[in-house]
Structures are given as structure tokens and as C-alpha cells.
Ligand binder design. Structure first.
Ligand code: NAD
Length: 256
């Protein structure tokens, strides 16, 4: 029987790349995301790889919607093997100008939603004696940057949550790890270039060179496929003792 994966925010960027990599391995996929054409994107992946799938636009701001998303995936596919807490947003502004609503939304989507999804998935994984939970944190879960207060707080928070989940999951065959990517060229990064231009008073080229790729020892964006293959490794049977790790995939950023 095929294994099942639920990936939040999987109709764009990193989440979509993870979905494609698991689809190539024959997983059933529960897609989620707020893209207007999310249902079509999910259908395309399912058609290309001939897998079973569901799509839900459940909003990570709404705990009840998250619980329903997880419960529906479990009832449709008869269980849940892998949960990827990936959905995330960003906002860039100095602390004294940072809108309170943006702070609340970033903490809710990038951190608290992972708690609700994990709590809802925990019972079925515990019963089965198998579970793989992968949190898409960030190099900003390990390092700070100015003007990203809420994001850095949420990503450090999810790294801490990852470690607690690893300890509590260990007796039940549930592993939990975080992937900490550097800059990956997805909509979340493209959108923040404009914000960074404003916050730093720089041109687009200056932001790329002095803010974004400046952090990478290897002066390139990280391919989404590398993040996806890291998730494949973390979900594999051989990775049963690989848990509680916040793994940088960051072109050498946090080596510095
Ligand atoms: P993206 O904008 O391409 O994808 C984000 C996904 O999250 C989308 O599908 C979006 O619809 C979904 N989403 C956002 N708010 C949501 C909500 N309220 N409810 C449900 N879904 C919601 O960005 P991405 O780069 O693919 O980001 C994915 C994750 O990777 C995020 O957690 C992000 O913080 C993290 N990350 C990205 C980078 C990068 O450089 N791109 C680096 C480190 C970490």
C-alpha cells in the first residue's frame, strides 16, 4: 500500500517541489495552499505521477481548518506517514514600524500551525508506530537578520518545537527534523526583494548582492530540488534514528 504525505503550502515553491519528489516515489499526497489555481496544480502533479491526491485550501490561520485538513487526509488514505509543516509567509520591516497584525500572522502560520497539524497527526502515527514529521524552518531558525523580527522568532521557535517533538516521538517511532534552507528562488523571496529595497534603501541588484546572496558562501540560490531530496532522506526508513536535527541546507551561510 502506498504511503501518505500531507504537505502544507504545497501548491507553490518548496512545498510543491517536495510534493513532486514524493509523488515520484508513489506517495498519496494531501495538497494544501492558498494559490487560486491550487486544485489544478495538485491535479497536474497527480496526473504526471499517477498518484492519489486531495487538495484543500485550509487556512493555516484557522486551527479548526488545520484539524479538518489532517483528519480528512487520514480518513481518505487510511493513515498518515509523513507530515511536512511548510506553509509560511514573510514580512520585512524595522521593529518600530512592524505591523502587529503581520507579527501575529507570521507566528500563527509559520509556528503555531505546525503545532496544530502535528497534534492532529500525532495519534495516528503513534498507533502505527511510524511517523516522519519535517518542519521547513530556515537558516533564520539558526541566525538572525535585521528587519525580520517575526520570521526569525517563528523560525527559532519551530526549531525548538522540532527538538521537543523528536524527544516525545522517539518511543513511538516518530522522528521529527527541521530543514533550514538558505535562499531558494520562490515567490516568498521574490516578493521580499521589493521590501528589502525599501528597508535598506537599495536597488534590486544591491539587495541581491549585499543582502540575499551575501549570506551564502556559495553565491547561488539553493535549488528547490535539493530541499525536496533532503525531505526524502528524512522520511526514508533508514532515517529512523535521524531525529531532532535542524539541518542547514544553506550554501554555507551558517558555517560562518
Ligand atoms: P512560497 O510563497 O512559494 O510558498 C508558500 C506556501 O505557503 C504557498 O503555497 C502558500 O499558499 C502557503 N501559505 C501561505 N500562507 C498560508 C496560509 N495562511 N494557509 C495555508 N497556506 C498558506 O514560499 P516558499 O519559499 O516555498 O516557502 C515555503 C517554506 O519555506 C516557508 O515556511 C518559508 O518560510 C520556508 N523557507 C523559504 C526560503 C526561501 O528562500 N524561499 C528559505 C528558508 C525557508
Amino acid at each position: 500500500m502506498s504511503k501518505t504525505i500531507l504537505i502544507t503550502g504545497s501548491t507553490s515553491g518548496i512545498g510543491l517541489a517536495i510534493a513532486k519528489a514524493f509523488a515520484a516515489q508513489g506517495y498519496n499526497i494531501a495538497f494544501n495552499g492558498l494559490e487560486a489555481n491550487g486544485a489544478e496544480i495538485a491535479q497536474q502533479v497527480a496526473d504526471e505521477f499517477n498518484i492519489k491526491h486531495t487538495f484543500s485550501p485550509a487556512n493555516m490561520l484557522q486551527p479548526e481548518a488545520i484539524r479538518t485538513l489532517v483528519a480528512d487526509a487520514i480518513s481518505t488514505f487510511g493513515g498518515l506517514d509523513v507530515l511536512v509543516n511548510n506553509a509560511g509567509i514573510q514580512y520585512v520591516a524595522p521593529i518600530d514600524q512592524f505591523p502587529e497584525q503581520k507579527w501575529n500572522d507570521i507566528i500563527a502560520i509559520n509556528l503555531t500551525a505546525a503545532f496544530h497539524a502535528t497534534k492532529a497527526a500525532w495519534g495516528t502515527m503513534k498507533e502505527k508506530g511510524f511517523g516522519r514529521i519535517i518542519n521547513i524552518a530556515s537558516a533564520h531558525g539558526l541566525r538572525a537578520s535585521e528587519f525580520k523580527s517575526a520570521y526569525v522568532a517563528a523560525k527559532h521557535g519551530i526549531v525548538g518545537f522540532t527538538k521537543t517533538m523528536a524527544l516525545e516521538g522517539a518511543p513511538f517511532g516518530i522522528t521529527c527534523n527541521a530543514i533550514c534552507p538558505g535562499y531558494v528562488e520562490t515567490p516568498i523571496v521574490k516578493n521580499q526583494i521589493a521590501d528589502q529595497m525599501k528597508a535598506h534603501g537599495m536597488s534590486e541588484q544591491e539587495v541581491l548582492e549585499k543582502v540575499i546572496l551575501a549570506r551564502h558562501a556559495v553565491k547561488q540560490f539553493i535549488p528547490v530540488e535539493l530541499i525536496a531530496q533532503t525531505a526524502i532522506f528524512m522520511a526514508s526508513d533508514i532515517a529512523a534514528t535521524f531525529t531532532g536535527v535542524a539541518m542547514p541546507v544553506d550554501a554555507g551561510w551558517t558555517a560562518q
